[in-house]
Design a protein around this ligand. Structure first.
Ligand SMILES: Cc1ncc(COP(=O)(O)O)c(C=O)c1O
Length: 386
């Protein structure tokens, strides 16, 4: 066989851990970020009703159903964000397809994309898929994983094309403050770089401060792309639906790639997305009560494992990202050992870039029963084997 481009691309370590765990009977997984909740009944009911519509089994327009894009525009408008449903909003097959389409649209071979790390595991591979080169910069672990513009400045080169920012960040849960985002935006604009904001956890906020969205400031429209998703806040990971916001000129280019990748997002899922938006205040409110509870339960468990892990309660998302305090031979080996011996699946910090080494990620989006069982096993494992 001819050498393939994919020889330099790996399956993300998150998915690798899930695959590994699926082969071991009785494992409790806190690995991949999958909410345990069912998609809400309001959404399911609307989807059932949509089954009788004449267009349900047909392609939609490439950017998505008009009705859905109009709804997105309206929801955004209430948040003080102005994007036109006609040519600035594209409905995607999840945010990951939005990311791939964006990178494929903007990158030329060898272009560099700066990825502050630790950050979501799929970014580096998506950059490589688009023939780009991921350039990691370290977030400040001793300052709650903050981002410094100095580090970006040091990492830039003649080949830099874009920066990917996960706001709020997975796995650190850090919410970048408005001052950082503004500084970053100015820096990117002055250098003429694209800023790709992954906002899939935008509805998860356990702090008193609102999350700042640069999309509110029209000054940066030409440089920014925003990726949003129905997967997390609406427990819709399997429906594969999200959307992109970009200025008209950029959206037109991204649309060409989106069309060649998937034609359109699944139409049935676009109906599900419309129902999600219709009930969004109620649904997000209810689900956040559950996540707050799970976060508290998980924190109480970690407090009992204080000899082994150092962690703080997350500000956003549904992950704890504790530092490993016990002697270990790397986060990957540690996660595999915990999987094989304690039968609890978690993700090694190295999955999120080199700065994630020495950490492990635990998803508390899983059921309370799974959380309690996983930590009972972990306590037994640590007390008996270390
Ligand atoms: C930060 C982040 N971005 C993107 C994704 C992918 O989301 P989607 O289901 O919208 O493709 C995930 C999924 O875990 C994620 O954590």
């Amino acid at each position: 066989m001819q050498p393939l481009r994919t020889q330099n691309i790996g399956l993300s370590l998150i998915k690798e851990m899930e695959l590994r765990g699926s082969k071991i009977p009785g494992v409790v997984s806190l690995a991949q970020g999958i909410p345990s909740f069912e998609t809400n009944e309001h959404i399911k009911k609307a989807v059932i009703e949509s089954l009788s519509l004449h267009n349900i089994g047909k392609y939609s327009l490439s950017p998505g159903l008009l009705e859905l894009r109009e709804m997105v525009e309206e929801v955004l408008r209430k948040d003080g964000i102005s994007y036109d449903h006609n040519n600035e909003i594209i409905v995607t097959a999840g945010s990951i397809e939005g990311l791939a389409a964006t990178l494929l649209a903007i990158l030329e071979k060898g272009d560099e994309v700066i990825i502050p790390n630790p950050s979501y595991a799929a970014y580096a591979e998506a950059v490589r898929v688009a023939h780009g080169v991921p350039i990691f910069i370290d977030l400040h672990k001793n300052d709650n994983w903050a981002l410094s513009i100095d580090a970006l400045e040091k990492a830039k080169s003649a080949k830099t094309k874009a920066v990917i920012i996960c706001q709020p960040n997975n796995p650190t849960s850090h919410i970048y403050p408005e001052s950082t985002i503004r500084e970053l935006a100015e820096w990117a604009k002055n250098n003429n770089y694209f800023l790709i904001f992954d906002e899939v956890y935008k509805d998860f906020n356990y702090t008193a401060k609102p999350i700042f969205h640069l999309a509110k400031d029209s000054k940066y429209r030409g440089n920014a792309v925003y990726l949003r998703s129905f997967s997390k806040a609406f427990s819709m990971t399997g429906w594969r639906v999200g959307y992109i916001l970009a200025c008209k000129e950029l959206a037109r280019e991204i649309l060409k790639v989106h069309d060649s990748l998937v034609t359109c997002a699944p139409v049935i899922s676009q109906y599900a997305a419309m129902a999600a938006l219709r009930y969004q205040d109620e649904l997000i409110n209810d689900i956040m009560i559950q996540y707050r509870k799970r976060r508290k339960i998980t924190l109480a468990h970690f407090n009992k494992l204080g000899d082994y892990f150092e962690c703080t309660a997350p500000d956003s998302g549904y992950f704890f990202f504790p530092k490993i305090l016990f002697k270990n031979s790397g986060s990957k080996k540690t996660a595999i050992e915990i999987l094989e011996k304690a039968k609890v699946n978690i993700v090694p910090g190295i999955a999120f870039g080199p700065a994630g080494e020495g950490y492990l990620r635990f998803c508390f989006g899983r059921s309370e029963e799974d959380l309690n069982e996983a930590f009972t096993r972990l306590k037994n494992y640590f007390h008996n084997s270390l």
